[in-house]
Design a protein around this ligand. Structure first.
Ligand SMILES: [Mg+2]
Ligand SMILES: [Zn+2]
Length: 193
């Protein structure tokens, strides 16, 4: 079985522009490239896991979204990074009743990707910038890392809920490399204040 790193897109890999599908406004954070290359070199599949409720809200179409994703793939390819999969939830936001099983923090997309690509979830990681990414990763049995670029999400009240507690909190992808590549699993958590 394979091991994977599941990656949120907006606010994690690229600057968060809400509901954006304009390829001209897709800007990667510069710290991601070396880190993603290292993950790839260490045998991890790289798989995007993204909530895209703009589809359900009819802000954009699936083909608009495809264009945006292929722009991101191309930018990564130019840096010698090949994505192994892109999975997204096109459904609306959960209000009282979940409308699907794939919108993060639900783990449906991770389960689907794992099945499609023969991934062992226990050997895999979920990396994202908000706690719903962490919730999805934990629910799927992955280890999780919160990339908290502006040091705000770590103050979210849900971080005290074990279902949403990341294994690690880092400020950016520069902080990730040692965690991912040292295959010693260290569950000691960064202090959360
Ligand atoms: Mg995000
Ligand atoms: Zn969904």
């Amino acid at each position: 079985m394979e091991k994977a790193i599941f990656l949120d897109k907006d606010g994690t890999l690229i600057k968060d522009v809400p509901y954006n599908v304009d390829p001209g406004r897709i800007v990667c954070y510069p710290d991601i490239f070396a880190s993603l290359r290292l993950m790839q070199k260490n045998g991890y599949k790289l798989i995007i896991i993204s909530n895209q409720s703009g589809i359900a809200k009819r802000y954009f179409t699936i083909s608009d979204l495809d264009i945006a994703f292929s722009e991101l793939s191309d930018q990564l390819k130019a840096e010698h990074i090949i994505l192994d999969g892109i999975y997204y939830c096109p459904h609306g936001e959960v209000t009282d009743e979940p409308v699907c099983t794939c919108r993060k923090p639900l783990p449906g997309l991770l389960h689907k990707a794992a099945k499609d690509l023969d991934v062992d979830l226990k050997k895999s990681w979920m990396i994202g910038d908000i706690l719903s990414d962490i919730g999805a990763g934990r629910a799927a049995g992955c280890r999780t890392i919160l990339v908290d670029r502006n040091k705000k999400e770590r103050r979210n009240f849900r971080i005290s809920d074990p279902k949403f507690t990341p294994d690690y909190i880092v400020d950016d992808f520069y902080g990730l490399n040692q965690i991912i590549t040292s295959d010693t699993i260290n569950y000691e958590r960064y202090s959360v204040k």
